[in-house]
Design a protein around this ligand. Structure first.
Ligand SMILES: *Cc1c(COP(=O)(O)O)cnc(C)c1O
Length: 219
């Protein structure tokens, strides 16, 4: 068993190497440590190692961790899972970033509930058109982008995807990059434990890594 400190060192070294290989600046890739289903102590351990960006999938879990860890300085919360409109208030309150927008009613609720600085929003795109996956089609993403741009206290900054598991992710990452360029967006949230290096080579600006940092989650 490796320690969380070793895991962070190893993931950071791999990000550095992937950036070097792609000729990219490391400062343009943010590591979002996905702490969902891990205890508060995992976030404290990451924070002690200098990690500040954490990702959570479930709105209530985000709410509880945001409240319970409020004394940790400089934490930046990323809501990375789909949210129902009735739970949007938790995301509006706790998160700085929301990576998984796919519905206008959720965007409207986030806009209504947000106070203070604008919530940075990414639209989740199902680039491969998989029936079982979250996210909207590229055409729907264009329409949703127009609508979100009209909402107050939301700042549309980018796109997110989770590519098919069994295939080479690169063409899917490249397709997301092309779509984001055509929409004039600059943030690309793509890459998890299994494929973050490929995502960096295709332009990811936010990589969402859980298992490689914190080990397996409880089922
Ligand atoms: C759980 C999750 C991750 C992290 O996945 P790992 O394979 O543990 O790195 C990233 N993105 C989303 C949307 C997730 O749900």
């Amino acid at each position: 068993m490796s320690s969380v400190a070793d895991n962070f060192a190893s993931v950071r070294a791999r990000i550095r190497a992937a950036c070097a290989k792609a000729g990219r600046t490391e400062a343009h890739v943010t590591l979002v440590a996905v702490s969902k289903l891990h205890p508060h102590s995992a976030i404290e351990a990451g924070h002690a190692l200098g990690q500040r960006h954490f990702g959570e999938n479930y709105a209530q879990e985000l709410r509880d961790k945001h409240a319970g860890l409020s004394t940790l300085e400089g934490l930046v919360w990323h809501a990375i899972g789909p949210v129902q409109a009735k739970n949007a208030k938790y995301v509006a309150k706790a998160a700085t970033w929301f990576h998984a927008l796919e519905r206008l009613d959720v965007a409207q609720e986030l806009s209504r509930r947000r106070t203070g600085s604008a919530l940075k929003v990414l639209i989740e795109v199902n680039v491969a058109g998989e029936a079982s996956k979250a996210g909207v089609s590229p055409d729907e993403a264009r329409a949703l982008a127009d609508q979100v741009r009209g909402l107050e206290r939301l700042e549309l900054v980018g796109l997110t995807t989770l590519p098919p598991l069994e295939a080479d992710p690169r063409p899917h990452f490249a397709a997301l990059r092309e779509l984001s360029e055509s929409l004039g967006l600059k943030e690309l949230s793509m890459g998890t434990t299994g494929d973050f290096e490929a995502a960096i080579s295709e332009g990811a600006t936010l990589v969402r890594v859980g298992t490689a940092l914190f080990g397996n989650r409880l089922p």
